[in-house]
Design a protein around this ligand. Structure first.
Ligand code: ASP
Length: 357
């Protein structure tokens, strides 16, 4: 069970004249230290992070903070924690210009993707960041990531609106749309890419925003969706896949939806048993979504006979959505709609900049 500790007004200027940002610390490498006993990295508390980044005090904005207790390695992230994050943002929405979420990199793209669907009509920045090296290590990437993320979260346009009213990941000088991002590097500082959508900003001497790509502030009131239905499986198609494996996943009683991770532009084996199982799954009313295994490019089931057969069997196209985003979108749509047809009808729509038109 995650509790929250509030650390108010400890960082930055006490005056809110320059704006205010809420920092939410969940854990991750950025705040981990090597334990002397077994040399494994374990999270340490938030005040230690602040000692390592005294530069935050130079901001002319107020920075409040709250931390998860216990802190987690993001491999332990669970939907209940996404709900917690959404509720913190809702409860403090009117008090801050933006939010920075310190999070482990391993599942950051999943969290940013799902949050983007949970937060409707978001008019303020929600910036996920973290680091590949702990913040107390000499060559850490954490300081630069954290400082720029705070600056972006506080940034406003001349009309007073938020510069980036979106859920994003800031990492290694790039601001990426959260639901387009994926972790592509387990070692390098450039851990994230958004292969089907350009960066929303680049941090150099100044932070340059790509205003044509950033979504416009919403018209409607901000609200959160906290009903998540996680009964989703992912079937990664591969040569040699067996009928029993495909049947277990596609027909399993525990799933409402299956993401098919297919070859190239949405192709799968054309063998009789495979298509028969897909049809059987569709006729059981399950939601089937086709997402490509390729990092870049889009599903187009009209190109090859093998893709057409999937489409004719009732499989929906994920277009150029990432698997992380497809998962989060399904969790939210299924949580919102008890009927599979209603949920499936929205899947192919661009809801949060998650697929290209
Ligand atoms: N295992 C860590 C986590 O995701 C890795 C990281 O933060 O980079 O929490």
């Amino acid at each position: 069970m995650i509790k929250l500790k509030h650390i108010r007004g400890q960082i930055g200027s006490e005056s809110a004249a320059g704006g205010a940002v809420l920092l939410i610390y969940t854990g991750g490498t950025i705040g981990m230290k090597e334990s002397p006993s077994d040399h494994a990295l374990r999270p340490f508390d938030f005040s230690a992070i602040m000692e390592e980044v005294p530069e935050l005090r130079k901001f002319s904005i107020r920075i409040d903070a709250c931390t998860f207790d216990p802190l987690i390695d993001s491999s332990d992230i669970e939907p209940a924690m996404w709900v917690k994050l959404a509720e913190i943002i809702r409860d403090s929405y009117d008090s801050y210009d933006g939010f920075v979420i310190l999070h482990g990199t391993d599942t950051m793209a999943y969290s940013a993707s799902t949050l983007s669907f949970m937060l409707e009509n978001l008019g303020k920045p929600v910036i996920f960041t973290g680091s590949q090296l702990p913040i107390d290590s000499l060559r850490t990437d954490g300081k630069e990531n954290l400082i720029s993320a705070v600056e972006i979260a506080a940034s406003r346009e001349s009309d007073g609106s938020a510069s980036v009213p979106e859920v994003c990941i800031f990492f290694n000088s790039l601001l990426l749309r959260g639901n387009r991002s994926t972790k592509t590097d387990a070692e390098g500082f450039g851990a994230f890419r958004s292969p089907n959508a350009g960066p929303l900003a680049r941090a150099g001497i100044t932070i340059r925003y790509d205003r044509d790509s950033i979504r416009r502030p919403p018209e409607g009131p901000f609200r959160i969706h906290t009903a998540l239905d996680t009964r989703v499986s992912i079937l990664k198609i591969h040569p040699g896949i067996t009928e029993q494996v495909a049947r277990d996943i596609l027909l399993g009683s525990a799933t409402r939806a299956v993401i098919l991770e297919t070859f190239g532009c949405g192709n799968a084996p054309s063998r009789g048993w495979f298509l028969k199982t897909v049809r059987e799954s569709a006729s059981m009313g399950k939601i089937l979504l086709n997402v490509t295994q390729c990092n870049r490019g889009t599903v187009d089931m009209s190109l090859y006979a093998t893709g057409r057969a999937l489409s004719e069997a009732g499989v929906k196209s994920g277009g150029d959505i990432t698997t992380e985003s497809a998962l989060g979108k399904l969790f939210c749509l299924m949580g919102e709609h008890p009927g599979n047809e209603a949920a499936a009808a929205l899947l192919e729509k661009d809801l949060r900049g998650d697929i290209s038109k």
